[in-house]
Ligand binder design. Structure first.
Ligand code: NAP
Length: 249
């Protein structure tokens, strides 16, 4: 049976890696991101590799756009029963310099976005009596200097995930969170730029603090998502998996 997956923030970085992996696993994939043209590049790559994918432009924090996006997925690919809430932004600053806008926009994409997408697809999962929800948290959920907004949002994602697991388990739906450590993407490249360190040096510095002595790649996260989304993972729910090259709390 071909499952339909929605991956948000999938135009690049971790989301693109996850979309390609789920397609390689045999799923039809909706590549959802703000910019539909950027999504199309990833969807085309998946199709060129023999998979099935569509590009869907939508802002995860906009209720109407989310409803429209899910409708499109249902009609073009079939009812979505796998959802990966991956879209994310950072607006880092020390608390005394953090604006209300920086706080709100981070909450909006990570928390409101995950809520809106999940609410829009859960009826399809209940109808199918099967579903897999994977939410992207972060090691920053444990606290990280300069990220009061992001850390709070990523800790919130963990509470959200555990509640989904409790509410939806009886319908054959699992919900799990992945908390990545340092992954090489435009997000970490932007952090390096903000602190004024060349990305290569920034990665080397990070790798020196990581037990497996390297930084992560989108494929490392995609592998963990693939497991949670698999048919065999139906007894694994409400978990937070730190994928960080070493132990975290
Ligand atoms: P990224 O390279 O910045 O990619 C994030 C994607 O999300 C971008 O394509 C972005 O689109 C999209 N996006 C942002 N706001 C959106 C919205 N409102 N609606 C739809 N799409 C939106 O980030 P990444 O490093 O791959 O991170 C992916 C996820 O993993 C995020 O949730 C992040 O917090 C989490 N994470 C990352 C790391 C890491 O080390 N990289 C570590 C822990 C957790 P635009 O480019 O158009 O803004």
């Amino acid at each position: 049976m071909t499952r339909t997956a929605i991956v948000t923030g999938a135009a690049r970085g971790i989301g693109a890696g996850v979309a390609k992996r789920l397609a390689a696993d045999g799923m039809s994939v909706a590549v959802l991101d703000l910019d539909e043209t950027a999504c199309k590049r990833v969807a085309d790559e998946i199709e060129a590799a023999g998979g099935r994918a569509i590009a869907v432009g939508a802002d995860v924090a906009d209720e109407e756009q989310v409803a429209g996006a899910v409708e499109r997925v249902v009609s073009d690919l079939g009812a979505p029963t796998v959802l990966v809430n991956n879209a994310g932004i950072i607006r880092d600053n020390l608390l005394f310099k953090m604006s209300v806008e920086d706080w709100d926009s981070v909450m909006s994409v990570h928390l409101r976005g995950s809520f809106l997408l999940t609410r829009a697809v859960e009826s399809h999962m209940r109808e199918a009596a099967w579903g897999r929800i994977v939410n992207l948290s972060s090691t920053s959920a444990l606290g990280n200097r300069g990220q009061a907004n992001y850390a709070a949002a990523k800790a919130g994602v963990q509470g959200f995930t555990k509640t989904l697991a409790l509410e939806l388990g009886r319908y054959g739906v699992t919900a799990n969170a992945i908390a990545p450590g340092f992954i090489e993407t435009e997000m970490t490249a932007a952090t390096a730029e903000r602190v004024g360190v060349p990305f290569e040096d920034f990665k080397k510095g990070a790798a020196a603090q990581i037990p497996v002595a390297r930084t992560g790649k989108p494929e490392d996260i995609a592998h963990a998502v693939s497991f949670f989304a698999s048919e065999g993972a139906g007894f694994v729910s409400g978990q937070v998996l730190y994928v960080a090259g070493g132990p975290k709390a």
